[in-house]
Write a protein that binds this ligand. Structure first.
Ligand SMILES: CC(C)(COP(=O)(O)OP(=O)(O)OC[C@H]1O[C@@H](n2cnc3c(N)ncnc32)[C@H](O)[C@@H]1OP(=O)(O)O)[C@@H](O)C(=O)NCCC(=O)NCCS
Length: 177
């Protein structure tokens, strides 16, 4: 931890941090100009105490938290038994990877991501993971490519009254790490 960054497993005690970081990074990344009522309601459900508590208590979910100098700055959430819409062979999803804006670009997202992938191998026996991301998120696309993930296709989803494209990515193999 020579750089002041600690990655650790998330627990019930992280409930409020997960909600605060989740809302902050989501709005910052996807809707910095403002929120429609539909999006606000979506966020209220996605980051509710009830929803995050259920994820924290599930054996099929694993959170990892990043701390910088003792303060929580990001987290990742992995889920197993979630089949990729484009490949039945892939059933471990990196569902969330969020780092607060003020802590981005310091290597924290990379550490969180690698920790999650290593956990998927050691605890769940899965050496390939998949994820979905907005096609408009060019920074994330570059980040995932540099971590050995490749595009396997895209799906369109209805969101906030419009169709939006989501890329599906999967790890080539853990040899890349
Ligand atoms: C995508 C995201 C998780 C990446 O996290 P991060 O902490 O910024 O990522 P890192 O710092 O590890 O890497 C980002 C870049 O910073 C650079 N970097 C890495 N370590 C660094 C360091 N110690 N100092 C400076 N720069 C560094 C790298 O060049 C890296 O570029 P690369 O993508 O070409 O490898 C983060 O930007 C984020 O939360 N974005 C908003 C939410 C989002 O888009 N999530 C993913 C959607 S599915």
């Amino acid at each position: 931890m020579e750089d002041g960054i600690l990655i650790r497993r998330g627990t019930e005690a992280d409930l409020e941090s997960i909600i605060a970081i989740g809302l902050s990074v989501w709005v910052d990344t996807y809707s910095p100009q403002g929120l429609s009522l539909e999006v606000s309601q979506y966020l209220g459900r996605k980051f509710s105490v009830h929803a995050i508590t259920a994820l924290l208590s599930s054996d099929d979910c694993a959170f990892f938290m990043a701390e910088k100098e003792g303060r929580v700055v990001g987290y990742t959430l992995l889920k197993r038994h979630v089949i990729c819409p484009l490949s039945e062979d892939l059933d471990v999803e990196v569902a969330t990877l969020y780092v607060l804006r003020g802590a981005q670009g310091l290597g924290i997202g990379g550490k969180l991501f690698r920790t999650g992938l290593e956990f998927a191998v050691s605890a769940w026996g899965s050496d390939r993971c998949w994820l979905r991301m907005s096609a408009k998120n060019s920074a994330a696309k570059k980040f995932y490519a540099s971590h050995g993930f490749e595009l396997i296709g895209s799906i369109w989803m209805e969101f906030d009254g419009a169709q939006s494209e989501n890329f599906l990515l999967a790890s080539k193999s853990h040899a890349a790490f």
